[in-house]
Design a protein around this ligand. Structure first.
Ligand code: GLA
Length: 681
């Protein structure tokens, strides 16, 4: 990435892409990047700078919009002030007339290939901020379309392809929460790029309060990408504002180059692991879809025994243990154990779980309050938003900007966490906010940070009706995301495939659900459900009492397989494969040193053609030989009547063959998964 400035004006990114020769003359590059002018234009093209300035006749959206305290719009014009290369690169520009300073920070990470970037605005007098973009970057000209992300409850991570055209693609999330609908990510592939080849640019804005993204093509053809908090989210005048961190990367290895960079950065740089990154991720059991709010100690103990027998290592007690929480209409914020359900507190259940060799996790929804709760009756003013607001799941959000609210929740949670050996909190956030407000997000972050400081052994899972709060800002404070409330393996296969563009296995929760899925009504075989969960951080979430002997055996076997492989899989890269058959969603999880991989080929639908199309692998050494084994070849149905080599046992093949011809898998039913292990010899 080459930054260049004309005189003391704000710098522009004049090059971003494949590494240039180290001796490249940067002044020449700057001059060589300038585009021509013709009729009907200004005599010089306004800079597409790190914060395009309206006052310089920039023909698109400016990077900064603000007013003075009295409401008069300011049109700042910045000039070079100072720089600092101590930690990455920090460039400060000043507007003396308006008493403003703008600092751009870049921190490149050569090992993950991510650049972290952030903009800071400081003012001598309080100003109202409308819009502050993180460092603004150019988008490539050789790109025909961009890929951004939308979604919904039980349908997260839906990729949208939008063609570039003059004007903007404007995504703005005004819900106050990252949201299922607005995952803050963008990929800009160059023409012809696929998962495994071609060039691609990747972006992610690490903020949990709702973002705004602008991808704009200017009249002169140049393109800019802007990211920041949703506009007007700063509700009070101030003298210092920051964007969140923008994470960007460039890939010469297709979309996967971006995906792998994000995965590694999340796992190795963003998440902090209480027991270190190498500590095995435990197999979870979560009781939500087994009992919902109906907590009975003997039943939960029985379920815990069965879960442990299946291979679970952590038991998570979900919603329903506190206040008078018999359904979702009451008690949020009354974080005290319900004595009707637990007359002797949580101790007996926790002891039982520990006795089975599992650790114990507990559900909270800390930012929320039901009007029908003791706390709301005592402090109605603690709730955010008007009295006549529309509730969401019968609840309001608490005003997290109030220190007394944060203290109260902290005290209630700390009382439970200090009384019991709890190593995990499932932290939910089931409604959107009445209005976007950056103070709310900062308040949530402060509460989580305080709890993490005082209870450093506790891991946190970010859940929000499934994947409604997934972003790198929350992942700085948590270790897992509940990707979706959909435990339907068919839906999960797709959501995981697309989520992997930003998320590694290590943080992505995936559970084996009930035989008949509670959110889709679909009935799927246990082997498919188990293998889809084994693609990520594995867990179970059905009532284990419904399992027949075969189902229990399959679950036990797949969980054992997962445990035997999790050490290397947790630090592996997930490569999405370019499947020749649209019915097959496939990925290759590959150890960092390339010595082994596992390939999951999920058949999401019936294929149009008769025989499976060979599946090309990726990122192997062309000349190396690999020992390939179809792990679950015993699952081949009777209708697979031939004898493709992999059905017979392990095979040795070259990297070139595997990447150019591809694996020939046996014929299979839809809604099944082939699992192929490979080792470099
Ligand atoms: C949300 C979560 C679920 C479960 C319920 C409990 O919907 O996504 O997994 O925890 O809350 O009320």
């Amino acid at each position: 990435m080459v930054l260049a400035a004309t005189g003391d004006r704000l710098p522009e990114v004049v090059y971003w892409g494949a590494p240039l020769p180290a001796e490249a003359d940067l002044a020449t590059l700057h001059a060589a990047a300038a585009i021509d002018v013709t009729g009907g234009m200004l005599d010089e093209n306004p800079d597409l700078s790190l914060s395009p300035e309206a006052v310089r006749t920039f023909p698109g959206q400016p990077g900064l919009i603000l007013r003075d305290e009295g409401g008069t719009p300011l049109l700042p014009k910045f000039r070079y002030a100072s720089e600092d290369a101590a930690d990455g690169l920090s460039l400060t520009y000043a507007d003396a007339e308006n008493g403003l300073r703008l600092t751009f920070r870049f921190r490149p990470d050569p090992s993950t290939r991510i650049v972290e970037a952030k903009t800071v605005l400081e003012a001598d007098r309080p100003v109202h901020l409308h819009w502050l973009a993180a460092p603004v970057l150019p988008a490539p000209q050789q790109s025909d379309e961009m890929i951004d992300v939308s979604g919904r409850w039980v349908g997260e991570f839906q990729l949208n392809r939008t063609a570039w055209s003059p004007g903007m693609r404007y995504r703005e999330n005004r819900t106050g929460r990252t949201g299922h609908e607005h995952f803050p990510g963008l990929l800009v592939p160059l023409r012809g790029a696929t998962n495994t080849q071609g060039e691609c640019y990747g972006f992610h804005y690490g903020w949990s309060g709702g973002h705004k993204m602008i991808a704009e093509e200017l009249p002169d053809g140049r393109r800019q990408i802007q990211w920041g908090h949703a506009a007007r989210m700063e509700t009070k005048p101030g003298t210092r504002f920051e964007s969140a961190t923008l994470y960007v990367t460039y890939s010469q290895y297709g979309l996967n180059g971006c995906a792998v960079a994000f995965q590694r950065h999340v796992r190795d740089r963003i998440v902090t692991w209480p027991k270190g990154a190498a500590h095995p991720r435990p197999v979870h059991y979560n009781c939500w879809e087994a009992v919902y709010f109906d907590h009975k100690l003997p039943v939960l103990k029985d379920i815990a025994e069965r879960a442990a027998d299946l291979g679970a290592e952590r038991f998570v007690l979900d919603d329903g243990w506190f206040g008078q929480r018999d359904d979702d209409t009451r008690s949020l914020s009354d974080w005290e154990v319900d004595p009707r359900k637990y007359p002797d507190g949580l101790g007996p259940l926790i002891d039982h779980v520990h006795g089975l060799g599992m650790t114990f996790g507990l559900w909270f929804e800390p930012e929320m309050i039901n009007p029908d709760s003791d706390i709301h009756r005592a402090h109605p003013d603690w709730a955010l938003g008007g009295e006549d607001q529309t509730l969401g799941r019968q609840q309001k959000a608490l005003n997290m900007a109030l220190p007394e609210v944060r203290d109260f929740i902290y005290d209630r949670m700390a009382a439970i966490l200090s009384r019991h050996a709890i190593d995990y909190v499932k932290w939910d956030h089931n409604r959107v906010l009445p209005m976007p407000d950056a103070d709310q997000t900062r308040g949530s972050y402060a509460l989580i940070d305080r709890l993490r400081t005082d209870f450093p052994q506790v891991e946190i899972e970010s859940c929000a009706s499934g994947g409604g709060r997934i972003d790198f800002g929350i992942l700085k404070r948590t270790q897992r995301v509940w990707l979706s409330d959909s435990n339907d393996a068919l839906e999960r296969l797709r959501i995981q495939h697309d989520g992997a563009l930003w998320l590694p296995l290590a943080v992505t929760g995936s559970h084996v659900g009930p035989r008949r899925c509670h959110t889709s009504g679909r009935v799927l075989d246990i082997a498919f459900r188990a293998w889809v969960a084994a693609q990520r951080h594995m867990g179970f979430e059905m009532d284990p009492r419904e399992l027949d002997d075969r189902e229990a055996r399959v679950l036990r076997d797949v969980a054992a397989w997962w445990k035997a492989n999790r050490d290397w899989m947790t630090s592996a890269d997930i490569h999405r494969l370019d499947s020749a058959d649209p019915a097959v969603l496939a990925e290759q999880q590959q150890a960092r040193d390339g010595s082994r991989f596992v390939c999951f080929a999920g058949k999401a639908a019936t294929s149009a053609q008769i025989a499976p199309r060979p599946l090309r692998l990726t990122a192997l050494e062309a000349d190396a030989t690999y020992r390939i084994e179809l792990v679950n070849r015993a699952d081949a149905p009777a209708l697979s009547r031939g004898m493709p080599l992999l059905k017979d046992g392990p095979v040795e093949l070259s990297g070139t063959w595997l990447m150019q011809h591809g694996l020939v898998l046996p014929w299979s039913f839809p809604e099944t998964m082939w699992v192929v292990e490979g080792r470099r010899l």
